[in-house]
Design a protein around this ligand. Structure first.
Ligand SMILES: Nc1ncnc2c1ncn2[C@@H]1O[C@H](COP(=O)(O)OP(=O)(O)O)[C@@H](O)[C@H]1O
Ligand SMILES: [Mg+2]
Length: 221
């Protein structure tokens, strides 16, 4: 489903150019679950951003269903991301002024759903992740695990094919982390979702179909 070839990314900083990703190759099958592990600073987040089209590489390609996503115009890339990719971050990145329901509705509104459609879909997904009783709560009124479940619901409202999760349990205690893992399991089983998860947890990594390791910008495995 996804083919990554010779993907490289460097950043220009005050202290010169730093190469953060070096010739990364990766093949991802539809429905596969991959854990990306590696030390802090190894380039994991940079890789996730490129896989999801949040940033452009210095060179190399990411083909998604035979289309090189970096050939898309900025507008096409936005639309592709909205339709096909769900993102979950370590710090949920929910909008604090908005309710759980409104946060989850957001991608659907951006994707030009009507408010009514977005609301009914958001409420359905929040119920599916066990938060049907928290629709009107703001992020600050939710626990860490609940916030992360809202973020997962938000990532899924457009029914993406690929879920990119960057240390989704990095900020959670182990019980809550197990709940999130169980939720990801269920979503994978129910939706045949392809999942790429960056994690420092051996438990989370061991749960995936495959583990790849980033070391200083190189990907092995
Ligand atoms: N926008 C940026 N500008 C300059 N350096 C960056 C930028 N983003 C990431 N880096 C650097 O790239 C390296 C890898 O970062 P990152 O992908 O966040 O690693 P990881 O997620 O594995 O901890 C780090 O040294 C980081 O400082
Ligand atoms: Mg990171």
């Amino acid at each position: 489903m996804i083919t990554v070839r010779a993907l490289s990314k460097s950043f220009i900083t005050d202290r010169g150019r730093i190469e953060v990703l070096k010739d990364v190759d990766l093949d991802i099958r539809a429905g596969e679950r991959i854990a990306v592990v590696g030390a802090s600073g190894a380039g994991k987040t940079t890789l996730m951003h490129l896989l999801g089209g949040l940033d452009r590489p210095s060179s190399g390609s990411v083909h998604f269903a035979d289309k090189n996503i970096f050939r898309y115009s900025a507008q096409e890339l936005d639309a592709f991301r909205n339709r096909s990719i769900g993102f979950v971050f370590q710090f949920h990145q929910l909008l604090p002024e908005f309710s759980a329901l409104e946060n989850v509705m957001m991608p659907a509104l951006i994707g030009r759903s009507t408010a009514k459609q977005a609301e009914s879909r958001a409420s359905e997904i929040l119920t599916a992740v066990g938060l049907g009783h928290r629709l009107d709560h703001k992020p600050g009124q939710l626990s860490g695990g609940e916030q992360q479940r809202v973020a997962i619901a938000r990532s899924l409202i457009m029914s993406p094919q690929l879920l990119l999760a960057d240390e989704p349990t990095g900020n959670l205690d182990s019980t809550t982390s197990d709940e999130i893992l169980a939720l990801l399991d269920r979503l994978h089983a129910e939706r045949d979702l392809t999942i790429i998860v960056v994690t420092h947890s051996e438990k989370v990594a061991g749960h995936m179909d495959r583990i790849v390791r980033m070391t200083d910008g190189f990907l092995e495995g």
